[in-house]
Design a protein around this ligand. Structure first.
Ligand SMILES: [Zn+2]
Length: 318
């Protein structure tokens, strides 16, 4: 069923688990991710990012992501990550993405607030959710997701007081924070500032997002989630798992690409399942009914059941 960030992250924040965002720039990735979510009964966030568009154009990606989310038996958010341009974010919303991140983290604080507040109003008018970033998450060298390598990342860590002001002024539904994390593969194990995560989680009431999750230790994840992270972004780990599986299969390949496709789907599934279990989002698919009793958009099956039950009740009365 198609969901937005609020549907999956509010229960996650309340019950101290995290939901993974996995980028799906092709069909193998998308199939592996959905298979993992259904196998573990986990809510999931799936999407792409502006820097990944050369590998799969936004419109084409939306043609499989949105229907696959609707058809899935678990809540699936279709999220456009690190939108860098106003027009691309609006296009994602028009194409049916249920969530956007408008990344203005390299702008001044005032500009970040002004631009993200405007986008929040637009996203909400589509029934979609929005994630903002405060502080700046840089990139490890060679990252597929960007080339913003920071000499001293701690200078860009998120300030808890400013985070509160930012969330109130912009109306974002989730906040990406910089606490020692970075995109891409880490050369040295990163040191996360867990105290800062806890302080921000206690200061703002929206779910917090940890970007650059690939390469953190299992204990890092457990602790970060315990301190208040509700969404973790993963790309490098599934990106590499897919190609390693294809490489392994290559030696015994006899029909060409169609030998490699199932190997990639299965590797993405296994790697995503590991993360879902580690984040404790497994078994939580049923916990995403909204607080007011309504159900996420696109869940036709549940809607049909509810309407049928009402019709039966009505005819029993007359
Ligand atoms: Zn990111």
């Amino acid at each position: 069923m198609l969901a937005n960030l609020n549907d999956v992250l509010r229960p996650a924040k309340k019950n101290k688990y995290a939901v993974g965002l996995f980028n799906a720039v092709n069909l193998e990735l998308a199939r592996g991710i959905i298979n993992a979510a259904e196998a573990t009964r986990s809510p999931v966030i799936m999407g792409t990012a502006e820097v990944l568009l050369p590998y799969g154009p936004l419109e084409e990606v939306s043609y499989y992501l949105v229907p696959m989310a609707k058809k899935a038996s678990v809540p699936v958010v279709i999220h456009f990550d690190h939108g860098l341009n106003f027009d691309t974010c609006v296009k994602a919303l028009e194409l049916g993405f249920t969530s956007v991140m408008y990344d203005c983290s390299t702008d001044s604080y005032e500009e970040n607030v002004r631009k993200v507040k405007e986008m929040a109003e637009i996203a909400h008018s589509y029934g979609a959710t929005i994630e903002g970033e405060l502080g700046h998450v840089g990139d490890n060298e060679g990252s597929a997701e960007g080339s913003s390598h920071l000499a001293d990342p701690s200078k860009f860590f998120t300030d808890p007081k400013q985070a509160k002001d930012y969330v109130e002024k912009t109306g974002v539904d989730a906040l990406a924070i910089a606490v020692g994390n970075a995109h891409g593969a880490y050369k040295l194990p990163p040191k996360l500032d867990f105290n800062r995560i806890r302080t921000i989680a206690n200061t703002v009431d929206v779910p917090l997002v940890l970007h650059g999750g690939s390469g953190l230790t299992d204990n890092d994840f457990r602790q970060a989630i315990k301190e208040g992270i509700s969404k973790v972004n993963i790309f490098t780990d599934i990106n590499v798992a897919a190609v390693e599986a294809e490489f392994k299969k290559f030696s015994s390949m006899d029909k060409g690409l169609i030998d490699l496709i199932p190997a990639a789907v299965e590797a993405v599934k296994q790697e995503s399942m590991k993360k879902m279990q580690l984040f404790s989002s497994d078994g939580k698919a049923g916990g995403c009914v909204r607080a007011d009793g309504t159900i996420p958009a696109g869940d036709i099956e549940t809607l049909t059941k509810l309407v049928t039950a009402e019709v039966i009740k009505y005819f029993k009365k007359v």
